[in-house]
Every structure is written in structure tokens, then in C-alpha cells.
Design a protein around this ligand. Structure first.
Ligand SMILES: Cc1ncc(COP(=O)(O)O)c(C=O)c1O
Length: 213
């Protein structure tokens, strides 16, 4: 497989450990385990549950307990629809490699995490990029997306909240994208790795509580 070098990661690898101020970092300040316990209203006694745990292979799809907890983030999800991966990089890779084949049409917003256009391109898909622009508050232009998502498009890849712009698509906007994907017969990959980091309302992507699709 011939894949484009992952530009941002190569650049970060070079610079992020030796700069004074890291303005490129997209993550929130890392918590300590003690800080996490405090935040969740627990204390170090709760770690006793972990100490006796054998580090076996574990459940291949993720434990039922974890998958149920993930379902709790969504309005209508069941355990059967949830699979746990080693981070979002792994999840994105699985989705692209499972759905996209040589010659397929894929639409991806840009800028976003490079996986969403470089993986399908490496598979031999025809990738159309939808450029996010300042004049549209870095939201995808829906007419442009509609025109790009021709019938038979295999996958539309979006990212919400968007990295690097931070733009957030609300529920109504997402529903319009769902409709565009449905009309084209396309799968919709919504990379929500930053879900919950919003500074307004409940901190979730869509207006009005959990509001997830
Ligand atoms: C949009 C997006 N998706 C996926 C990832 C990778 O996520 P993870 O660290 O969970 O693998 C990143 C990391 O920056 C990202 O910005």
C-alpha cells in the first residue's frame, strides 16, 4: 500500500517535545489518575478493583460494561453497534479499510485528520475534497457537498468538532448531511474524537443535551 506521509504527525514528532509553547497541540491538558478519580467523585480505594484484575486478552469487541457506557453517550444505541478500538486512529482505519475499495468515490472535508483522505486515496478511491472556509465559519458548504456526493458515493468523511478549526456542526446541520449521504447511498463517517470538548451548553456536539444522532 502506498500512502502519503502523515504530514502533521511527522511535523509534531520533530517539534512537539522541544518547543517552549506548543500551539499545535489539539489535546486537552492531561489528567493524572488522581485527578481523574477526583473528577469522577471517586477515591483511591476504587483502584483496588483494578489491582486484582488479570491483564488477559479481554473481550475482543470491548467489555459489555464499556460498550454499554459508550451507548449512554448516544440517544439510540445498543451494545451490538459498538466496537472498542485502540483510539480513533484505529477506528478510522477500520472503517475506511472495511468500506472503501479501489475505484470507489469518497468525499472528505479538508482540513481534517489526514487519514480521511489519504487512506481512501491509498486504496485507489477517487477522493473529492470539500474545503472548509473561513467565510462559512469553517462549516462544509452543503451545496458543494451535495454536488460532490453523486449517487453511488461510497463514503462521506466528516469531523465534528473539526480539527484543526474547532468548528462545530449542530444537530440540524448534521441532519442535512445525513440526508445528503442517504440520497447518495453513501456511508457517513463522523469522526467525533473531540466530542464533549465544546465549551458551550452541555459540551456535546449538538444543541439540546446529548442530542446525538
Ligand atoms: C480528527 C482526529 N481524528 C483522530 C485522531 C486520532 O485520535 P486518537 O489519538 O484517539 O487515535 C486525531 C488526533 O489528533 C484527530 O484530530
Amino acid at each position: 500500500m502506498k500512502i502519503e506521509p502523515f504530514g502533521v504527525e511527522i511535523w509534531m514528532n520533530e517539534w512537539e517535545t522541544r518547543c517552549t509553547y506548543n500551539l499545535a497541540e489539539t489535546c486537552v491538558e492531561s489528567l493524572t489518575i488522581a485527578g481523574l478519580l477526583q473528577l469522577t467523585g471517586r477515591n483511591s480505594d476504587d483502584l483496588s478493583e483494578v489491582l486484582g484484575m488479570k491483564m488477559t486478552y479481554g473481550a475482543i469487541r470491548g467489555s459489555d460494561r464499556l460498550r454499554d457506557a459508550i451507548c449512554g453517550l448516544y440517544d439510540r444505541q445498543t451494545r451490538e453497534n459498538v466496537i472498542v478500538t485502540h483510539g480513533t486512529i484505529g477506528a478510522n482505519m477500520l472503517v475506511h479499510k472495511t468500506l472503501v475499495e479501489r475505484g470507489d468515490k469518497v468525499v472528505a472535508v479538508v482540513p481534517t485528520y489526514q487519514q480521511h483522505y489519504s487512506i481512501p486515496a491509498s486504496i485507489g478511491a477517487e477522493v473529492t475534497q470539500i474545503h472548509l472556509r473561513a467565510e462559512n465559519a469553517y462549516l462544509p458548504d452543503l451545496d458543494e457537498l451535495r454536488a460532490a456526493a453523486v449517487p453511488g458515493t461510497k463514503l462521506i468523511a466528516i469531523n465534528n468538532p473539526n480539527n484543526p478549526t474547532g468548528a462545530v456542526m449542530d444537530r440540524d446541520f448534521l441532519l442535512e448531511i445525513v440526508e445528503i449521504a442517504r440520497s447518495a447511498g453513501a456511508w457517513l463517517l463522523c469522526d467525533e474524537v473531540y466530542r464533549g470538548t465544546g465549551q458551550k451548553g452541555s459540551g456535546m456536539t449538538a444543541r439540546g443535551g446529548r442530542g446525538s444522532l
